[in-house]
Write a protein that binds this ligand. Structure first.
Ligand code: AMP
Length: 405
């Protein structure tokens, strides 16, 4: 069902509640990477240019104690947003109360204010009460009451969670619309994957089988090939009876791995070799070994090897749709980043040949950014967990709660 969009709304003179995802890396008030803020600018600018009065909500990190609040104020984010917009952003260091209400009522057309970290509502007087994360009905109703019955959700990263600042507000207003960023996520992840141009290849990597098993299963039903790399591949290797040395291994997932391999047949594509190291260290001694020959004792597989890269490139060579989540190795260490970088470069080729390429998850996104190829791919999803759940075909509460057209 198509959801209401920003362009469907009458914004002039209206107090517009907006949920954005400004969950940026931050240390000592210094923002490590402002991608998420920049990504929300088109929707924010649209609202301001159409004379809306923007009231911004976002979470930042996790708040479990009063102490967490010291490090996780959105004040530096509001300041940075003001610099990016070239406009004053009023920051309210509260999530409710008279100061916030007065500031909202003082807003003029085209002006913007930002509310303090919504997750400050998760801790009251030192107690972990989870009012935001638990979608407390009173809180959602209160935040909704601050606006003029219009809400825009542009925070895809939290769309897989029902919180007061997304589902709570949306359920208490007349019009809840998808922001431009959210619309793009729905278009690429939802429509492309529901109706992919084929061959459709999925690439899943990262550390643990247990985190991504559901998405692997779901993708085996939808894609033509599913490539599995990264640390999770060694549990599959072990299931085949290959020696894996000290590589990452989940003993309780061996049976599942066996079952998946039996069901999927040649649809499931696994690495055929590995770069193995004698320590978890960039300068460790390394050997390249065939998976079937096994990883020697005392060594651990930290990247896919050259034969796996060639195999994966071959599988990707005629792909028309590719989704990728999770690195092929410990890409944070340059000596074990080759496999991940090779996949990033291959995706550029797929895109240049007219294919749709979609990357989700913080690590794969970091990899394509490090490569400088992010803007050569079709879509970089802003949500890791949310994009995985969407790919699994689960309804996301943050999207479901938006108004149908
Ligand atoms: P995930 O969050 O599940 O996508 O996992 C990402 C993490 O997996 C990254 O920090 C990688 O360093 C790590 N990783 C990938 N391959 C391996 C491997 N072979 N051994 C250990 N860690 C790995």
């Amino acid at each position: 069902m198509a959801k209401l969009a920003v362009t469907d709304l009458e914004l002039a003179g209206k107090k517009v509640l907006m949920r954005v995802d400004f969950n940026v890396p931050i240390k000592g008030g210094v923002i490590g990477n402002d991608n998420r803020i920049v990504a929300a600018l088109p929707t924010i600018k649209y609202v301001l240019e159409h004379n809306g009065r923007a009231i911004l909500f976002s979470h930042l990190g996790r708040i479990k104690t009063e102490d967490d609040k010291k490090e996780l104020s959105l004040a530096p984010v509001a300041k940075h947003l003001g610099e990016l917009l070239g406009k004053d952003v009023t920051f309210i260091p509260e999530t409710r109360g008279a100061e916030l209400e007065a500031a909202v009522n003082a807003l003029e057309d085209g002006q913007i204010l930002m509310v303090e970290n919504t997750r400050f509502e998760d801790v009251k007087d030192g107690e972990y009460v989870k009012l935001e994360s638990g979608n407390d009905p009173e809180l959602g109703k209160y935040w909704a009451s601050l606006g003029d019955d219009i809400f825009i959700n542009d925070a895809f990263g939290t769309a897989h969670r029902a919180h007061a600042s997304n589902v709570g507000i949306a359920s208490n207003v007349d019009q809840a619309a998808a922001g431009f960023l959210m619309e793009k996520e729905i278009k690429y992840l939802g429509e492309t994957v529901a109706n992919p141009k084929r061959p459709f290849v999925a690439i899943i990597g990262g550390a643990k089988v247990s985190d991504k098993i559901e998405v692997i299963k779901a993708l085996l039903n939808k894609a033509d090939k599913v490539i599995v790399g990264g640390g999770m591949a060694y549990t599959f290797d072990a299931a085949k009876g290959n020696k894996i040395g000290n590589s990452l291994f989940e003993a309780d997932k061996v049976e599942l791995a066996k079952q998946l391999m039996a069901e999927a047949g040649d649809k499931l594509v696994l690495p055929v070799d590995a770069v193995a190291a004698d320590a978890f260290n960039n300068d460790a001694k390394t050997v390249i070994v065939d998976s079937a020959a096994g990883i020697p004792d005392g060594y651990m597989g930290l990247d896919i090897g050259p034969k796996s890269i060639a195999l994966f490139q071959e599988v990707l060579s005629d792909a028309k749709t590719v989704v990728w989540n999770g690195p092929m190795g410990v890409f944070e260490m340059p000596n074990f980043a080759k496999g991940t970088l090779a996949i990033g470069n291959e995706l550029v080729k797929v895109t240049e040949n007219g294919g749709a390429t979609i990357v989700g998850g913080g690590d794969s996104t970091a990899a394509v950014q490090a490569l400088g190829v992010a803007d050569k791919l079709s879509h970089i999803s802003t949500g890791g967990g949310a994009s995985l759940e969407y790919l699994e075909g689960k309804p996301l509460p943050g999207i479901e709660s938006l108004t149908n057209k």
